[in-house]
Design a protein around this ligand. Structure first.
Ligand code: T1G
Length: 692
């Protein structure tokens, strides 16, 4: 049973109980209707209250049902809401925790609604490439007004119920016990002859057409690639018409959106992010270690950013470095970042103070011996890491987790510097660590399962997206990025210029193209990796343009010049005549006749380079599942969310078509880079996808 039914003081209480978030799957919808019918048939019952068990009223329709017959299997959510709204006895929604999507739509079908002040109220369907499809775009404007409703629906953001107090959406915001108050209220209104229906209200606005036109214009740019926002506005506009007409139009829009690749991609991303926390051989009930205090070795950019992640979660941090000057710089940077947030209203002065209160510094390893977790964030040099881990192994209490923030070095080798390899793990944060959501958790051969479980749980507490990676050079994200960047350089040799490559992939939806991105990160970082690669794998070919650029001292924004030119105080990238001339000359030096390259080829070569390396990573077990690779690229590398990640995008293109394009590239310049990964070939031959 996914609801409970009881009668208290003549009021039937139907409690949604479908853990973890009372999503309205078919069984729950049917159980609600059974409860309503039972209450209406019971003469001793004068009113009905619908409440939620656990931490939520309801998180909405069951997203996992979409695309299956169950989604519309009667009673559909529309039917449930209609039955509630037409009930002859008053129905009161008692909302706590979360009322989102279909959960809020169900509540708006009730005659009355009460909530706790902190209950999160939202119609977030737009984040799934959808719109509220069970009357939300029709009832919310009638209850909250056109502007407030449109802003909530198009942004998909949550609002605490307390902020909506005094609106027709809530009859009361309850300070004390919610359920008894809802039962008392239900008894109060039971004697009323008529009970209010949201559908009977009329949307009022002094200039609806003007407001809607402004809203449409505001989302027009995003709507080319991501149609949901514009469709939300269309459906909301229909709330100015008679209810049934508007509701029918809303449903037609919902069905169109549900079938779009963008919505399928966004729904894939939703579940992929949550599936990433599940590790096949680490049971969900694996005991975890308490992490009450954290130490970070290295007070530089990464160490400071990582420290902020823990301070933001209310976990005390001790920063360790070799000089007071380094520690002072680290603390000053953290304070500066917090003050910047406070000046933007993202933090109060008090919150800044609370966070800084939790920060300690020391030069002595002995001072951190009792920390539950220590994260090494020193220079990317194995010798330095060796000395740090030797020291940590000597000092840290038994059971402390020893983590490295290394972005490329071998975690197994680092673990070998200690006598406790089971306590060693990689925690690869992405810069800026206090902003980027991705956390690659690198699992060493001997990393303990409880250590993994602990770090994955900690990732959620830090509001990170944690993905487990195996040990290899570059783990998941950077290893794929190397192939992506390689193709970007080769395209320059053949005829493209940086701004064309960047514009093409940014039109595809990437937040930033490869050349703007590396100018921001620093061209010397990639240069150092290429130098290492030239030694380790001499046959690994690259465009030399990146090296020429660095030899000219054009390291990127930090030197005021990189692939692009920059002006002081202006972060915009200006195409550089000098660099473009160098690129053209380099092609000439190679004896290449430059050719015009279509944007579609640029996008295919950059994205399929990711897909092909992702297939190798999957086959080697560095990533456990294709959706983990998608999560890495969606949360750490600016891959467009409405494309679902490189592996899902390849599935939607069709792996046969991906391989066919790769075969064509294999006949071109440095075609050896296009050897099709065996797994990709096998899946393409079988007509399957990575995410099947
Ligand atoms: N359907 C199915 N499963 C859901 C779900 C949902 N709506 N919401 C959460 N889950 C699962 C999730 O996959 C995870 O599963 C577990 O619950 C805990 O989630 C017709 C069409 C409510 C704020 O978009 O935003 O109604 O990994 O880790 O951090 O108009 O879940 O444990 O197996 O996120 O505490 C609209 C989506 C649906 C809300 C809680 N509703 N959910 O966050 O837990 S479409 C949403 C959330 C709809 C109607 C339309 C969050 C949360 P597992 P979690 P959390």
């Amino acid at each position: 049973m996914t609801t409970h039914y009881e009668v208290r003081r003549g009021v039937a209480v139907i409690t949604l109980d479908h853990p973890p978030v009372n999503s309205l799957d078919h069984a729950t919808r049917r159980s609600v209707v059974d409860g309503i019918d039972r209450a209406l048939a019971d003469d001793d019952v004068v009113a009905i209250v619908i409440a939620g068990a656990g931490s939520a009223f309801s998180a909405g329709a069951d997203i996992s049902e979409f695309g299956t017959a169950m989604a519309q299997c009667e009673p559909s959510l529309h039917a449930v809401i209609r039955i509630i709204e037409n009930a002859s006895k008053p129905v009161v929604a008692a909302i706590h925790g979360v009322a989102m999507g279909g959960g809020l739509e169900l509540a708006m079908g009730c005659h009355y609604r009460m909530a706790t002040a902190t209950a999160q109220i939202a119609l977030p369907e737009v984040h799934l490439g959808l719109l509220p499809g069970a009357g939300g775009t029709q009832r919310l404007p009638r209850l909250l007004g056109l502007e407030e409703a449109l802003n909530m629906i198009v942004s998909g953001t949550s609002v605490p119920a307390g902020q909506l107090s005094g609106t027709p959406l809530f009859q009361d915001i309850v300070e004390g016990e919610l359920l008894p108050a809802a039962i008392a209220y239900a008894r109060e209104v039971a004697c009323a002859k008529v009970h209010p229906k949201a559908r009977d209200r009329v949307v009022q606005h002094e200039n609806a057409e003007g407001f809607l036109a402004y809203a449409r214009q505001a989302v027009a740019a995003a709507s080319k690639q991501h149609p949901a926002k514009a469709k939300c506005i269309d459906a909301i506009a229909a709330s100015l018409k008679p209810f049934d007409e508007g509701a029918a139009y809303e449903w037609a829009c919902f069905e169109q959106l549900q079938a779009t690749p963008e919505s399928r991609a966004l729904r894939h991303a939703f579940f992929a992010e949550r599936a990433a926390t599940r590790i096949a051989d680490v049971p969900a009930d694996t005991p975890t270690r308490r992490i009450d205090t954290v130490a970070i070795v290295g007070a530089g950019t990464m160490g400071g950013g990582i420290g902020m992640c823990f301070l933001n979660a209310g976990i005390p941090v001790t920063l360790v470095d070799t000089t007071d000057a380094a520690l002072d710089r680290g603390v000053a940077t953290i304070l500066r970042n917090y003050e910047a947030s406070a000046s933007k209203g993202k933090l109060t002065r008090e919150q800044v103070g609370q966070r800084m209160e939790l920060l300690r510094t020391t030069l002595a390893y002995n001072d951190i011996r009792d920390a539950d977790l220590v994260i090494e964030a020193v220079f990317e040099d194995i010798a330095i890491k060796q000395s740090v881990f030797h020291r940590l192994d000597e000092v840290m209490k038994p059971g402390a987790i020893l983590a490295s923030n290394t972005s490329t070095l071998d975690i197994d080798r680092i673990a070998s510097f200690t006598r406790r390899p089971q306590d060693v793990v990689g925690t690869h944060f992405f810069s800026p660590a206090n902003v980027m959501r991705l956390l690659e958790v690198v699992r060493g051969a001997q990393t303990g399962k409880d250590v993994l479980a602990t770090v994955m749980q900690l990732g959620k507490k830090l509001r990170k997206v944690a993905v487990v990676a195996g040990v290899c050079d570059g783990f998941i994200g950077n290893r794929m990025l190397e192939q992506y960047s390689r193709q970007a350089g080769l395209l320059l040799d053949e005829g493209a210029l940086p701004e064309q490559v960047d514009k093409a992939i940014e039109h595809f939806g990437f937040a930033m193209g490869p050349f703007r991105m590396i100018d921001m990160a620093g061209n010397d970082i990639a240069w150092a990796i290429r130098k290492r690669r030239y030694i380790e794998q001499p046959d690994f070919t690259y465009s030399m343009t990146g090296d020429i650029l660095c030899e000219q001292g054009r390291l990127g924004q930090k030197t005021g010049a990189g692939w692009y030119d920059y002006k002081t105080g202006d972060r915009r990238a200006y195409p550089s005549a000098q660099v473009n001339a160098m690129i053209v000359q380099h092609s000439r030096d190679l004896g290449l006749v430059r050719r015009r390259i279509a944007d579609v080829e640029i996008v295919e070569r950059l994205v399929y380079a990711l897909v092909n390396e992702g297939a190798r990573i999957l086959e080697e077990g560095i990533a456990a599942k294709a959706s983990d690779i998608d999560v890495v690229y969606l949360s750490g590398y600016g891959f467009p969310a409405y494309r679902g990640g490189p592996m899902l995008y390849a599935d939607q293109v069709g792996l046969y078509n991906v391989v066919r394009s790769m075969r064509r590239f294999a006949n071109g310049y440095h075609g050896q880079a296009w050897q099709v990964a065996p797994l990709l070939q096998r899946l393409a031959d079988a007509g399957r996808g990575f995410n099947d």
